[in-house]
Write a new protein. Structure first.
Length: 87
């Protein structure tokens, strides 16, 4: 992310108002519009949803929690939460 000098892009009245609150600070200004839900942009949300569905299916077919934890590199407690999660 490239930093820009606020004095070069903001009108003077707005710059003075911002200086009252955060003089000398680095500010992040988010884009306008609706934010995406975590993982939607990267595909992580879909990946974990598919993985969790796969874990639930294997559990329903008789796989043990410890075996699933080992297979997916998760703790037994995390697998239990996935398996017993209310959808």
């Amino acid at each position: 992310m490239k930093y820009r000098n606020a004095g070069e892009i903001l009108p003077d009245p707005l710059l003075r108002e911002l200086q009252r609150y955060a003089q000398g600070e680095a500010l992040y200004i988010p884009q306008a519009g609706e934010r995406k839900i975590w993982g939607e942009g990267s595909g992580a949300r879909r990946y974990y949803a598919e993985r969790n569905d796969e874990i639930r299916q294997k559990f329903r077919r008789g796989a043990k929690i410890d075996a699933l934890a080992e297979e997916y590199g998760l703790s037994g407690e995390r697998v239990r939460k996935i398996v017993y999660e209310k959808l």
